[in-house]
Design a protein around this ligand. Structure first.
Ligand code: ATP
Length: 327
C-alpha cells in the first residue's frame, strides 16, 4: 500500500493530535504517502484532502482538539454519500484509511469496507471510554482529570455554603467518566447508567448523610441515565427535601477540551503507530487498542458490538468509602 489517508470523526477528544502525529510519522518512516482528510466523512465526500509531511504534525502533540477537524456526517449514512467518498479516495489514489473516532465512526468504517473494500484500521478516540478492545480510549484520562479539577472547586463552595451539588459529567450511555471522577472527587453518590439508581435512592442517601451530620454533598450524575439529567433529578429531590440547598452544575463540553494528559499522549501515540503499521501490514477492519499494556488488534465488529463493562469493584468502592454498606 503506497498511499493512505487519516481522519478524525465524531466527537473530538484530547490526544487526537498526538495520534495523527504518530500515524503521519509512522507512515513516512515506512515509506508510505500520507494524506489528511479534514472534517471526517464530510471531508471525504467533498474531497477536502491534502498531502501531509513530517512537518505537518510539528508542535501539535500538546494540543487539544484535532488539527484535521471533526464532524458528524449525515451524508455518509447514505449509500450515495459513501459512493461519493469512495470516488474521492479513488481520485486521490488513497488505498487505505486510519480512522480516529468512536463507535459511530467505526460503524461507518465497517459499512464502507463492506461496500467498497477500502481497508480501514481504527484508533479509538473518544472521551467516553465506551469501546471494547482497549482498556482506555484516547481522551478519557484527560476528561476525567478535567472533571476532577471542576469537582474539587465545586466541593470548596459546596462546603462553605452547606450545599448539595449535583454535577453532571459526560459519557453518553456509559458511566466511565462518572465513576472515576466520583471516586477521585470523593463524591457521596455516583449515578451511572450501568446501575439503576432511583431518585428515592438519592433521597435516602442524602437523609443518611444528614444523620451523619454531613452538611454538604457531591452527587455525580452520568448523562444518559434512566433517572434523567442532573437538573431533572435535582428538581425531584428538592420536591422531597424542601429544606435542602441544592445546586446543579453540568460540566459539558469543557470535558472535551484542553491539553492531553501525559497518559493520553502516550496512549494516542501508541495507538496511532500501531494503527498505521497494521494498515501497512494488510490488516483490515480492525481497531488498534491497548489491553493490559499490550498492543492488540480487535475486529471492528467486536469493538462496536461488545459492551465493555464498568468495573464492579470501583462501584463497590464508592459505596464503602461512603459508609453505605454499614448503616
Ligand atoms: P463519539 O463517541 O465521540 O461521539 P462517534 O464516532 O461515536 O464519536 P458518531 O457521531 O456516532 O460519533 O459517528 C461519527 C460519524 O460516523 C457519523 O456522523 C456518521 O458520518 C458515521 N456513522 C455513524 N454511524 C454510521 C452508520 N450506521 N452508517 C454510516 N456511517 C455512520
Amino acid at each position: 500500500m503506497k498511499r493512505v489517508g487519516v481522519f478524525t470523526s465524531g466527537g473530538d477528544a484530547p490526544g487526537m493530535n498526538a495520534c495523527i502525529r504518530a500515524v503521519v510519522r509512522g507512515a513516512i518512516y515506512h515509506g508510505a504517502e500520507i494524506y489528511g482528510i479534514r472534517y471526517g466523512y464530510n471531508g471525504m465526500i467533498k474531497g477536502d484532502i491534502f498531502e501531509m509531511n513530517s512537518h505537518s504534525v510539528s508542535n501539535i502533540i500538546q494540543k487539544g482538539g484535532t488539527i484535521l477537524k471533526s464532524a458528524r456526517s449525515t451524508k455518509f449514512m447514505t449509500k450515495e454519500g459513501r459512493k461519493k467518498a469512495y470516488d474521492q479516495l479513488q481520485k486521490f489514489g488513497i488505498e487505505g484509511l486510519v480512522c480516529i473516532g468512536g463507535d459511530g465512526s467505526f460503524t461507518g468504517a465497517k459499512i464502507f469496507f463492506e461496500e467498497h473494500g477500502v481497508p480501514i484500521v481504527g484508533a479509538p478516540g473518544t472521551i467516553d471510554n465506551d469501546i471494547y478492545g482497549t482498556d482506555f480510549t484516547i481522551g478519557f484520562d484527560t476528561a476525567v482529570n478535567t472533571a476532577i479539577e471542576a469537582i474539587d472547586k465545586i466541593r470548596d463552595t459546596a462546603d462553605s455554603h452547606d450545599r448539595i451539588f449535583f454535577i453532571e459529567v459526560m459519557g453518553r450511555d456509559s458511566g466511565y467518566i462518572a465513576i472515576r471522577s466520583g471516586i477521585c472527587g470523593g463524591a457521596e453518590l455516583v449515578m451511572v447508567p450501568e446501575l439503576s439508581t432511583s431518585v428515592e435512592d438519592v433521597i435516602s442517601a442524602l437523609e443518611n448523610e444528614k444523620r451523619r451530620s454531613k452538611t454538604s454533598s457531591i452527587i455525580i450524575v452520568a448523562e444518559g441515565g434512566e433517572a434523567g439529567s442532573a437538573i431533572e433529578i435535582a428538581g425531584k429531590v428538592k420536591n422531597k427535601l424542601k429544606e435542602a440547598d441544592i445546586r446543579v452544575t453540568t460540566l459539558g463540553h469543557v470535558q472535551r477540551g484542553g491539553a492531553p494528559s501525559a497518559k493520553d499522549r502516550i496512549l494516542a501515540s501508541r495507538m496511532g503507530l500501531s494503527a498505521i503499521e497494521g494498515l501497512l501490514n494488510s490488516r483490515k477492519n480492525v481497531m488498534a487498542g491497548v489491553m493490559k499494556d499490550e498492543l492488540v488488534y480487535t475486529p471492528i465488529e467486536h469493538a462496536i458490538t461488545i459492551k465493555k463493562s464498568l468495573s464492579r469493584d470501583l462501584l463497590r468502592m464508592v459505596d464503602i468509602f461512603n459508609n453505605r454498606y454499614k448503616r
